[in-house]
Design a binder for this molecule. Structure first.
Ligand code: GLC
Length: 478
């Protein structure tokens, strides 16, 4: 079986969030299981030099983006067993950021057309072409409506993974002709139209052979008006090709026994090192070094999705408890300012680092006791899984991937890997933090037991990857 995996961001080359982490990890896991996989990405000028130096030019040609004739270079890089192909064009990809430009849609169009043309140019015809989020969601449509005459492409099966349905890629229908060089027919029929706009995500859902989301619960949730962001109707209609597969986390970079960011390593049978990391974290954060005061942590983009309006409502109240609060992240300026303000009022027990710092993030996963993730919706979420692997117990809104990865502590059976609340209100958020704090302070043995359960849960890509392989196999046997 041959797979072509494509996304607009991918660790360790460039990423803004979880999509990049998944694109970095899943192909590697597929490769480990013997699946031939290539990954196709844009060649951003800010790719670290150590990768650029290793890239080889393998082809270049002129690509038609509507009426435009654009240079399209293909660079190849072999890294960790995977062959990466980068699509090179300075006009589109020599930018300071991945997203956020007025011509983003043209950049997405160029990239998607290039991915399709590349297959013939490098003579790699995959059995499965796996696209991710709206930036690449037009590919299944283009294969059927623009490239249907290319015989080599006719047997290709397409999979679309939805990492976040809130972002759909909505544009004027004129770009169908102007950028993709196709007619308006499917738009006029309504197949790829939503609210009088061309909708990339809807096109992907309609045309992909299979659609999956990054957790089983989210796959159910997006069929409802509460979470479907308007596309629930089409998802209900296409429910027979919709499923959910929980992401894994990268077990090599997120390993408390080897993580180079930590001052001491630790494992489930000996948590001494975790204590040292806690002291170090308190020192870095300028908080009193108290081993018996629980550290409640947040590492996140500060956005509405992540539920920070709820946390802000409750934060002053939570800060009355005997705890230390640390936050690391950037995002919505209003949230940034609010966290700065509140933490400044309680400097002896709280601190907000409004910045992006990968090393500090690992130190927090390792040194904290509780990890807060009150997301209003969460397709999967990766940090709660990293926290658990480092013995830091998550407090989550039981939704989407949070519900599928964190099992709330059950006082009767002793089962559980964290704490959760179902109803999205400040009251219930506080209740579950309170439950956790009480357990931390009064029942250290129960706490240790939950830590053990969290740390030994398997969040590796091994399992999730197998679900993708099974899915690919099912598609190919149809
Ligand atoms: C998006 C989602 C997040 C998920 C990630 C990777 O960022 O918001 O929940 O973990 O994609 O699939």
């Amino acid at each position: 079986m041959k797979v072509l995996y494509t996304a607009f961001e991918c660790a360790p080359f460039f990423k803004t969030g979880g999509l990049g982490d998944v694109a970095g990890a899943l192909p590697k896991a597929l490769h480990k299981k013997g699946i031939e996989t290539i990954v196709v990405l844009p060649y951003f000028s800010f790719i670290p030099d150590r990768f650029k130096d290793e890239c080889q030019d393998v082809a270049n040609f002129t690509l038609e983006v509507g009426w435009r004739q654009q240079y399209c270079g293909i660079k190849q890089l072999d890294f960790q067993g995977i062959r990466y192909y980068f699509i090179d064009n300075l006009y589109y990809f020599d930018r300071a950021e991945i997203y956020g430009y007025d011509d983003d849609v043209e950049r997405f169009a160029f990239f998607q057309l290039a991915v399709i043309e590349l297959m013939n140019r490098i003579d790699y015809i995959p059995d499965v072409l796996h696209v991710n989020d709206y930036h690449t969601a037009m590919i299944p449509f283009l294969l059927k409506e623009k490239y249907h005459w290319v015989e080599e492409y006719q047997a290709i099966r397409t999979v679309l993974t939805i990492h976040n349905i809130e972002f759909q890629g909505q544009y004027s229908s004129e770009i169908l002709g102007d950028l993709f060089g196709v007619g308006q027919r499917r738009y006029n029929e309504g197949v790829i139209r939503w609210h009088n706009q061309l909708n990339f995500m809807k096109a992907g859902i309609a045309y992909a052979n299979h659609v999956n989301t990054v957790s089983p619960s989210y796959a159910e949730e997006i069929k409802t008006s509460e979470f479907g962001a308007g596309l629930e109707i089409i998802l209900q209609m296409e429910h027979q090709k919709l499923s959910g597969i929980l992401n894994g986390i990268d077990y090599e970079t997120n390993d408390p026994t080897t993580d180079p960011s930590l001052v001491a390593h630790f494992e489930v049978d000996d948590l001494t090192g975790k204590g040292l990391n806690k002291a170090e974290l308190q020192r870095i954060m300028g908080l009193p070094e108290k081993s018996d005061v629980p550290i409640v942590a947040v590492v996140s983009r500060l956005t509405y999705q992540k539920g920070f309006h709820l946390l802000l409502e409750e934060l002053e109240h939570l800060l009355q408890f005997d705890l230390q609060f640390v936050l690391l992240g950037t995002g919505d300026p209003r949230f940034e300012a609010a966290f700065r303000q509140i933490t400044a009022r309680y400097p002896e027990k709280s601190v907000a680092k409004i910045t992006f710092d990968v090393t500090l993030a690992q130190k927090i996963y390792a040194g904290a006791d509780l990890f807060l993730m009150p997301s209003s919706f969460e397709p999967c979420g990766l940090s709660q899984m990293i926290a658990m692997r480092y013995g830091t117990l998550p407090v989550v809104h039981e939704i989407g991937g949070l519900k599928d990865s964190v099992h709330p502590f059950n006082p009767v059976t002793g089962a559980g890997t964290g704490f959760g609340f179902e109803e999205f209100t400040g009251f219930y958020l506080t209740q579950s933090v309170k439950q956790a704090l009480e357990l931390y302070q009064k029942s250290p043995n129960v706490w240790k037991k939950i830590q053990r359960q969290a740390m030994t849960t398997d969040f590796s890509w091994d399992t999730s990857c197998q679900s993708y392989i099974d899915l690919y196999n099912r598609l190919l046997s149809k």
